[in-house]
Design a protein around this ligand. Structure first.
Ligand SMILES: Nc1ncnc2c1ncn2[C@@H]1O[C@H](COP(=O)(O)OP(=O)(O)O)[C@@H](O)[C@H]1O
Ligand SMILES: [Mg+2]
Length: 273
């Protein structure tokens, strides 16, 4: 996946201000950044749920932003998992997994069920194939949503804060499934606030703020030893919200003094450990 010079505006509001990055086959890229920085818009432009205002998006050499491209054909090569699961409430788990396989890929009912069941096993919810989404926990629903995306056999999986809507005790199961996918070599782009996941699973971390990529690199650098004050401020808020609100109550001068005395560096060291 190659994104070049990507801009996106909604009317007067410029949300993405020139984004360039690449996700190589088998790579896991975690995108972090404050709310409103454009992370979801970036993912939505990558699979053309939003039309970029300028720039190009290419997947395995096919330019998705080319007006002549059959967008439905390209989009089925990209799986997307949302914060809010987006399962069809009136369909059983297995039917949720087979409907797009049959309608979009033209698979037979038997083949779609076979592939759907294999993916339910992969995410550990086989026993729920006849249940309806409302009968499942949030963590199970999200794992079904992942299995649904996998059943389309995508080249690239996009995750937009997949664990943000979950009760804390259910987050681990979903992250474990994602970790396994990463180990199996799936190419993944993951917007997340789970810093330990990003640190352990990401090949690369991208920090976005205000519609631009502020810094990117291996997690040991971006999370463990960030180069920019904006990154450090964001990380301190995510990692220790209580302490961050105390800092916010302080003055700008205090924050600068803190940065100079190396408080941020200490934090980075703690993270690395
Ligand atoms: N469809 C839309 N119409 C207008 N503004 C939007 C739309 N989608 C997102 N935005 C705005 O774009 C900005 C970035 O949003 P978003 O990409 O959702 O950020 P993030 O996912 O990082 O929180 C926000 O100011 C948001 O209000
Ligand atoms: Mg978002």
């Amino acid at each position: 996946m190659r994104v070049e010079g990507l801009h996106k505006s909604f009317g007067e509001l410029e949300v993405l201000k020139g984004i360039d990055f690449t996700v190589r086959p088998g790579e896991v890229v975690c995108v972090i950044g404050p709310s409103g920085s454009g992370k979801s818009t970036l993912l939505r432009c990558v699979n053309l749920l939003e039309e970029p205002t300028a720039g190009t998006v290419a997947l395995s050499g096919t330019e998705l932003t080319d007006p002549d491209v059959d967008i439905d054909r390209v989009r089925r090569r990209i799986g997307m998992v949302f914060q809010s699961f987006n399962l069809f409430p009136h369909l059983s788990v297995l039917d949720n997994l087979t409907i797009a396989q049959r309608r979009v890929l033209g698979r037979t009912k038997d083949e779609a069920r076979r592939i759907g069941r294999a993916n339910l096993r992969r995410v550990g919810v086989s026993e729920k194939e006849s249940a309806y989404p409302a009968q499942l926990s949030g963590g199970q629903q999200q794992r079904v949503a992942i299995a649904r995306a996998l059943s389309m056999e995508p080249e690239l999986m996009l995750f937009d804060e997949p664990t943000s809507a979950l009760d804390p005790e259910l987050v681990g199961d979903v992250l474990a499934v994602m970790r396994r996918l990463a180990d199996e070599g799936m190419t993944m782009m993951v917007v997340t606030h789970e810093m330990s996941f990003a640190r352990e699973v990401a090949d690369r971390v991208v920090f976005m703020d205000g519609g631009v990529i502020v810094e990117e690199g291996p997690p040991t650098r971006v999370i463990g030893d960030p180069q920019h004050q904006r990154t450090r401020t964001f990380l301190s808020r995510v990692l220790d919200p209580a302490a961050a609100s105390v800092t916010e109550a302080g003055t700008e001068a205090e924050a600068e003094a803190e940065a100079e005395t190396g408080a941020a560096a200490t934090e980075g060291d703690a993270l690395r450990g």
